[in-house]
Design a protein around this ligand. Sequence first.
Ligand SMILES: O=c1ccn([C@H]2C[C@H](O)[C@@H](COP(=O)(O)OP(=O)(O)OP(=O)(O)O)O2)c(=O)[nH]1
Length: 170
Amino acid sequence: MKKIAQFHKVSFGQFLESWQDTFEGTSEDEVRQIFDGIELPRRATRGSAGYDFYSPVDFELKPGETIKIPTGIRVYMEQSWVLNLFPRSGLGFKFRLQMNNTVGIIDSDYFYSDNEGHIFVKLTNDSNEGKVVRVEAGTGIVQGIFMEYGVTIDDDAKEVRNGGFGSTTK
Ligand SMILES: O=c1ccn([C@H]2C[C@H](O)[C@@H](COP(=O)(O)OP(=O)(O)OP(=O)(O)O)O2)c(=O)[nH]1
C-alpha cells in the first residue's frame, strides 16, 4: 500500500470562521465543543478503500433540503495524488442523500490555501419518498479515496491555487 497522505484538523481559528459563516449565531463555546469532537477520517476495515468523514454535528434534512458542512479536516498529499470524495452507499440507498457536486475533488495544492485547505461537504436530501434524513454526530457522511493521476506530456500548468469552489475560474 502506498503511504502518500496525512489528514490533519484545521486550526480552531479557521474552523470557527467557517462554522460561523455557515451556521450563523453559533457561539464560540459551541464551536469549540464541536471542534474538540472532530475525529480524523478513518477506514472501517483493513480492506476498505474509503476513509470515512464523520459529521461534526447532528443534523436533519427534509426532502429537498441542503446542508454545507465544514468538516474541520485538511489533507496533505504527495504530488500526483488526488482525494476523491464519494457518497456512502448506506445513506444513498436508504435516503437518496446526495453530494451536491456528485463527487468532491480535493486537489493536493488545496492544502496550502489561505483557508488551510479546509474540506467542505455539501449534501442534499433528494428523497422521492418523502423521507427525512437524520444524521448523528460521528456518523460517516462521505468517503474519501486517494487516487494517483497523470498529466499530459506537454503540460505546463503554472498557476498556484488559493482556495476552491471556482477560485481558478476567470
Ligand atoms: O466537495 C468538495 C470539493 C472541493 N473542495 C475543495 C478542494 C478542492 O481542491 C477545491 C477546488 O475544487 P474543484 O477543483 O473541484 O473546484 P472548481 O470548481 O474546479 O474550482 P477551482 O477553480 O477552485 O479549482 O475545493 C471541497 O472542499 N469539497
